[in-house]
Design a binder for this molecule. Structure first.
Ligand SMILES: NC(=O)c1ccc[n+]([C@@H]2O[C@H](COP(=O)([O-])OP(=O)(O)OC[C@H]3O[C@@H](n4cnc5c(N)ncnc54)[C@H](OP(=O)(O)O)[C@@H]3O)[C@@H](O)[C@H]2O)c1
Length: 273
């Protein structure tokens, strides 16, 4: 039995689908199984990652776990006691910076450290910027102008479905234990390039405007705590995070190349309309 946390999210949803399609017994963990829709073959189970004791029924009889970073390390103790032997962790590229003073990198590094010390088998999956982050632009796309910060910063954006494909492989085989996987898409794109590709996929004109730092900061402060805003400014304004370097991980682990942003944009065009 494999337990997938974040099973209603961008990555977890695809992990559940891939495992269920492969005939693996899979439990989709969510705080609200009554409203969650899970693929055929999977079972939705209740559990709150902020309250590890609630995870006991989900973990019972499980051998592998997909987990998101930033939650209680007690989860690893609960998993071990239940018989889980392997954890695949959704971390991030920022874990490679080693900068614990950065709030985003810090929670990822901390979770990785606790997992390494847990005695469980582990695989660290470190994706770069998700292609789905572009969905934040949906209201602006409708207006024809996307204002976004950091115009000169390229990111090798990755389709969450490709992250999920790497995760699914690591969940079902011991071959990936002890590995730290940087996961990138096939090309590093600046925001203006991503907007141009999106415009082509949607078949309409969309202009990119560089958003000044002060305007971006004020907007982000309405959406997340200040330490996270500072973390992203450190990554992208101070250049502390390299998301441009490409890695062959998706091809090597799954046997096929990662999807392009154009492919993702065409497949998800309806979500921008
Ligand atoms: N976006 C990026 O560019 C990027 C880059 C690198 C790494 N990451 C990492 O990816 C993570 C997000 O992954 P995602 O996009 O797949 O997720 P997502 O779409 O943001 O969805 C969040 C998931 O977490 C679950 N969740 C939230 N709080 C929970 C709790 N207390 N107990 C149990 N489940 C809880 C939600 O499940 P329910 O609501 O159903 O309970 C949902 O399935 C980030 O937190 C970050 O660490 C993101």
């Amino acid at each position: 039995m494999i337990v997938v946390a974040g099973a209603t999210g961008n990555v977890g949803r695809e992990v559940v689908r891939l495992l269920a399609e492969a005939g693996q017994p899979v439990r989709a963990l969510t705080r609200d199984p009554a409203t969650a829709t899970v693929p055929a073959g999977a079972t939705a189970v209740a559990g709150d990652l902020t309250d590890p004791a609630t995870l006991r029924p989900a973990f019972e009889g499980a051998t592998a776990l997909f987990l998101l970073s930033g939650y209680s390390p007690d989860i690893f103790g609960e998993a071990s006691r239940a018989g889980v032997r392997r954890v695949v962790l959704l971390s991030g590229g920022s874990a490679e910076t080693g900068d614990r003073s950065n709030a985003v990198a810090g929670y990822m590094i901390e979770t990785e450290d606790k997992l390494r010390a847990s005695g469980l088998g582990w695989t660290m999956v470190r994706p770069r910027m998700f292609m789905t982050n572009a969905l934040q632009w949906a209201p602006q796309v409708k207006s024809g102008v996307v204002r976004a910060p950091w115009p000169d910063v390229p990111s090798a954006v990755i389709d969450p479905a490709d992250i999920a494909a790497v995760v699914a492989k690591a969940l079902v085989s011991a071959d990936h234990e002890g590995r730290e996987y940087p996961v990138t898409g096939p090309e590093a794109l600046r925001p203006e390039e991503r907007v141009r590709i999106l415009a082509e996929a949607l078949g309409r004109e969309i202009r990119y405007e560089a958003q000044p730092d002060d305007e971006a900061r004020a907007e982000m402060l309405t959406q997340m705590p200040e330490q996270y805003v500072d973390a992203f400014f450190s990554f992208y304004s101070d250049g502390k995070l390299d998301e441009a370097t490409l890695f062959p991980t998706v091809l090597e682990v799954t046997g096929r190349p990662p999807r392009t942003f154009a492919e993702w944009a065409r497949a998800n065009a309806g979500r921008f309309r």
